[in-house]
Design a protein around this ligand. Structure first.
Ligand code: PAF
Length: 280
């Protein structure tokens, strides 16, 4: 496994592989890797000749500086995990290497996808994500790139960016990996207190009940039911729960049988913000 810290070194290495017509896959990450990331890498390795995993905690996508400072940084453990999972290349640039002197996001037009859900609560977040993902695509020039569905809105936004800017990369969405008790795997889970970790599976359990209710009850009563459930659990605070069209991410008011919906949730467990979603 090769580890590169600069664009120049990585590009020089990949250029040789490109002249050999090797297929290159990219898994962008912010490190603090877990089994969910490794499953992205495995899929990437299956579908490409060379797998590149980037590890970069991107400052421009954090709307909360405390969250950025406290974001777990575990490079040595990450590199070990990636080596064991047969990763070919790690790209771990510094902030200066990516942004030079101007640590700022570009403004994108994601055609309204950025205004829903996460966009309402994390101002500027998706411009930061778009900026780093586009930059990584320009550096690596991957044939395929892999993203988890836990960040479903991010996945749709990246697909939109790739389509509207006609970027030559295929975006692959991969299913959510869960702990045995259903909690969606996330780098942030390691920061949960024992008490919060114990109650956090309620998030997925609630979503599973929503899946059952969706065919039987009007949306409005499901929204109310979810709110009431979280009212009963003082350790978890519901930020939003919504049922939305998978494509437009607009709220579902009246169910349309031709539309594919998904339930989305964001919850604070103490100071840790957790998100999850399920298809309906
Ligand atoms: O999903 C993430 O970990 C990040 O948003 C990403 C895609 C690596 C961009 O920094």
């Amino acid at each position: 496994m090769n580890i590169f810290y600069t664009k120049t070194d990585l590009k020089a290495y990949l250029d040789v592989l490109k002249t050999q017509e090797k297929q290159i896959g990219l898994v962008p990450t912010m490190g603090a890797l877990h089994k969910g990331h490794i499953s992205l890498l495995k899929k990437c390795a299956k579908e490409n000749d060379v797998s590149v995993v980037s590890i970069f905690v991107n400052p421009t996508q954090f709307d909360n500086s405390d969250d950025l400072i406290k974001y777990p940084k575990t490079f040595k453990a990450d590199a070990k995990l990636l080596e064991a999972a047969n990763c070919d290349v790690i790209f771990a640039p510094s902030v200066q290497e990516i942004y030079l002197e101007n640590v700022a996001a570009t403004t994108f037009n994601f055609e309204g996808l950025e205004d829903e859900m996460e966009g309402k609560y994390r101002l500027g977040h998706f411009n930061g994500v778009g900026t780093i993902v586009k930059t990584l695509f320009e550096i690596v020039e991957p044939h395929r790139a892999y993203f988890g569905q836990k960040d479903f809105q991010q996945l749709q936004i990246i697909k939109k960016m790739v389509a509207s800017e006609q970027l030559p990369v295929l975006i692959k969405g991969c299913k959510i990996h869960r702990e045995e008790d259903g909690l969606a795997m996330s780098s942030r889970n390691s920061r949960l207190t024992d008490a919060h970790r114990k109650v956090a599976p309620m998030i997925f359990k609630t979503l599973q009940e929503v899946q059952e209710k969706f065919t039987l009850e009007p949306v409005e009563s499901i929204l109310k039911w979810v709110e009431d459930e979280f009212q009963k659990q003082p350790l978890l605070s519901l930020e939003y729960f919504t049922i939305a069209d998978e494509k437009t991410l607009k709220n579902c008011v009246h169910k349309d049988p031709k539309t594919q919906y998904r339930a989305f949730i964001a919850v604070f467990a103490g100071e840790i913000r957790l998100i999850d979603n399920v298809p309906l």
